[in-house]
Design a protein around this ligand. Structure first.
Ligand code: SF4
Length: 361
């Protein structure tokens, strides 16, 4: 079996990088029993960008978020890579994976913050909201108690919650309010990077819409960059500047959202887009993707997507494609794709109509 080198050849962002994930690999377990949950993942977040990370359940999205912030619980093990933070404000930074515990404590919340999946599990049920907000601030800044309470009240108002709620327990708030508290907490020290892991999944669509709009407003006001993780590609098409698609622990496509929407270049991305109704234009029949995501303990050989891919050809079960340029090369300088159809050395030299160029619209 031939394995191509998993080295990225370009970055899809046009902005100055604030967070660069390089060749990040994560296993669950050790030695022969290890499950390779992430394999040499490369991703760059530009300053001020919203980068959407999408894929089916179990593809490694949350593992990526936890590993990149050094919050991965055992038996998860980071087996290689770098996560480089570079402040766009004053240039300070470093590799999060190699920082001492002290450096990491100082870095968290101030430079990078995370909003976890399922706020009700993240807030401590026996402490009032105000105390939990103030504990986070106190860990980083010294200020009188009354000033800290005022700061916590400001944070609540920023996410549309009355300051009276400082004295409420988590169970006295609705799911949407608890999620807003988590967002307020993440923004307490005005970090430059916020990772949001399925922040709206447990909420109804109306609340989901309100929270997404609020995140957009806060981003405009505070200027942070976001990695937004979800299985809902349609949400990302509205929200994100760029979208990276994950499959079986790898990024398989990385491009501007409008490019992904108008012309996916990877068969898996095309399948995801055919799995929900179009945002605009006439109704069409939904396609879906046959089969299920692979078992990470028994991955298919070569391209992991080949048993489900409608365009698989003879090289696909033999060669593991690396993330690289599209078949259109320099004409698409800010797109990356991991598919052998785009490799002139082994592919047919042209794309199927469904993946080929067509005017945006
Ligand atoms: Fe499909 Fe082959 Fe491309 Fe994999 S490499 S996505 S199997 S065409």
């Amino acid at each position: 079996m031939t394995i191509t080198e998993p080295t990225i050849t370009r970055t899809a962002t046009t902005k100055k990088p604030v967070l660069e994930i390089r060749d990040l690999s994560v296993d669950y377990g050790y030695d022969d029993d290890a499950v390779h949950a992430l394999k040499n993942v490369n991703l760059t977040l530009g300053a001020g960008e919203i980068l959407g990370l999408a894929g089916e359940s179990g593809c490694g999205k949350s593992t990526l978020a936890y590993a990149a912030t050094r919050l991965l619980p055992p038996p998860g093990v980071i087996t290689g890579g770098e996560v480089l933070f570079t402040s766009s404000r004053d240039g300070h930074g470093g590799d999060l994976l190699r920082m001492s515990d002290r450096e990491l404590r100082a870095q968290r919340w101030r430079d990078t913050a995370i909003v976890f999946q399922g706020s009700m599990n993240s807030l401590n049920p026996v402490y009032k909201i105000g105390k939990q907000l103030m504990d986070g601030i106190r860990a980083h800044e010294k200020m009188p108690a009354h000033a800290m309470r005022a700061r916590a009240a400001d944070l609540l108002s920023m996410v549309g919650i009355s300051k009276d709620r400082l004295d409420s327990y988590p169970h006295q708030l609705s799911g949407g309010m608890r999620q807003r508290v988590m967002i307020a907490m993440a923004l307490a020290l005005e970090p430059e990077v916020v990772i949001m892991d399925e922040p709206t999944t447990a909420l109804d669509v109306v609340m989901q819409r309100q929270i997404v709009e609020q995140i957009m407003d806060l981003k405009r006001d505070l200027g942070f960059s976001v990695i937004f993780i979800t299985h809902d590609v349609s949400l990302l098409l509205e929200l994100a500047d760029r979208i990276a698609i994950m499959y079986a622990g790898n990024i398989v496509e990385d491009a501007a959202s409008s490019e992904v929407y108008h012309q996916p270049r990877h068969p898996y991305t095309a399948g995801l887009l055919h799995s929900f109704p179009p945002l605009h234009g006439p109704r069409r029949e939904l396609g879906g993707i046959p089969g299920s995501p692979p078992d990470l303990m028994a991955l298919p050989s070569g391209c992991n997507f080949h048993p489900r891919c409608p365009f698989a050809f003879d090289a696909c079960p033999k060669i593991d494609p690396a993330l690289g340029p599209t078949l259109y090369g320099d004409a698409e300088p800010h797109r990356s794709v991991a598919c052998l159809l785009h490799d002139p050395a082994v592919g047919p030299g042209r794309l199927p109509d469904e993946l080929a160029a067509r005017p945006a619209g």
